[in-house]
Design a protein around this ligand. Structure first.
Ligand code: HMG
Ligand code: MG
Length: 301
């Protein structure tokens, strides 16, 4: 049967805002994170310690985390952030943060475009980052991109995805988030991929699923994940999101769409749908365009 409860890993403030053209004030970002926490979401990924030239939208990562520590105290230090390398980790250390995420690619082309690394080079970059983070007692999430298809390489072999995912877990990742970066995956493919990880000794409780809704498949894929026993789903308030270095990547699975389906299935999640939808409408006003989430639009009336 389906799981009784799931964890929603909220990525709107990071995956959502990294792809926006509009510059958002640091104070608005801090309001966003605070509102998402207040709606019951946890974890709420806050930002990325990447190179500000690569992702100018998140160039205020230090200011944002400092603001959040001022507002929320120690609770802010529990918010996960992305770090691609040791330099990013140093920036997280400086602020006393406790949860980081590294992000790799199942394909050579995207490792190059997103991290300026070869396929093998990315793992060499992660190794000391991981070792130092674990030594400091941090938890480290491992994202893996292009798990279903890649805009330059086409369909990605399941065996290749499992190999890359195992390498992140073997380095010490506490959780592996399988990313459909460009939203091309379908439900049968999700089942096969989870089955292949199981056959390689990776259980569903080590996995999270990270769907982008580019082809409208994110909820169907989530249902396939639920049937296979995965209990952590990445989602973005209002359905914002996309990777600036992945051609054709659009919005993440909207948190509200996910909540609507989970409510219908009677699966517990601990999140207040109305509060998330209000937050997405408030943010949409700041971004100057309506939320792409069907549920946010339907609840507007
Ligand atoms: P690089 O240019 O190869 O970096 O970029 P480098 O190591 O050669 O260093 C060059 C300069 O950058 C140096 O400074 C470093 O100190 C500095 P200089 O000596 O020239 O003054 N530098 C940094 N500064 C701040 N923070 C850092 C950092 N690292 C080096 N962390 C790098 C390599 C990895 C930094 C770059 O490629 C980068 O920042 N990439 C990030 C791309 C990104 O954020 N993509 C979006 C997130 S991934 C995603 O969205 C997918 C996901 O959602 C899952 C899915 O959907 O599939 C997670
Ligand atoms: Mg993403």
């Amino acid at each position: 049967g389906l799981p009784a409860s799931v964890t929603i890993y909220e990525v709107g403030a990071r995956d959502g805002l990294q792809n926006e053209q509009t510059t958002i004030d640091t104070g608005i970002k801090a309001d966003l994170v605070t509102r998402l926490l207040d709606a019951g979401l946890s974890p709420v990924e806050a930002t990325s310690f990447v190179h500000p030239r690569w992702v100018p939208q998140l160039a205020d990562a230090k200011e944002l985390m400092t603001e959040l520590v001022g507002r929320l105290g120690e609770r802010a230090r529990e918010l996960p952030v992305l770090v691609p390398n040791e330099k990013g980790l140093d920036r997280a250390f400086e602020l006393g943060l406790r949860h980081v995420a590294i992000f790799g690619s199942a394909t050579e082309t995207f490792a190059n475009k997103n991290l300026n690394q070869s396929y093998d080079g990315q793992f060499a970059m992660f190794e000391p980052t991981m070792a130092r983070a674990k030594h400091a007692g941090m938890t480290v999430r491992g994202y893996l991109s292009m798990c279903f298809g890649d805009p330059w390489e086409g369909q990605v072999e399941i065996a290749k995805v499992v190999e890359a995912g195992k390498r992140l877990l073997d380095l010490g990742a506490d959780q592996l988030s399988l990313g459909d970066t460009i939203g091309v995956g379908t439900a049968g493919h999700v089942k096969q991929l989870i089955g292949a990880f199981a056959a390689a000794g990776v259980s569903t409780d080590q996995l999270a699923l990270h769907f982008h809704d580019t082809y409208g498949q994110a909820l169907a894929n989530t249902y396939a994940g639920l049937e296979a026993g995965v209990t952590t789903y990445d989602a973005s308030a209002g359905g914002l999101g996309g990777c600036p270095y992945a051609k054709s990547a659009t919005g993440n699975l909207a948190t509200e769409d996910l909540l609507w389906m989970l409510d219908g299935l009677g699966i517990e999640h601990g999140v207040d749908l109305d509060k998330v939808a209000d937050t997405s409408r408030w943010l949409a006003d700041h971004l100057g365009r309506p939320s792409p989430s069907a549920v946010v639009r339907a609840l507007r009336s």
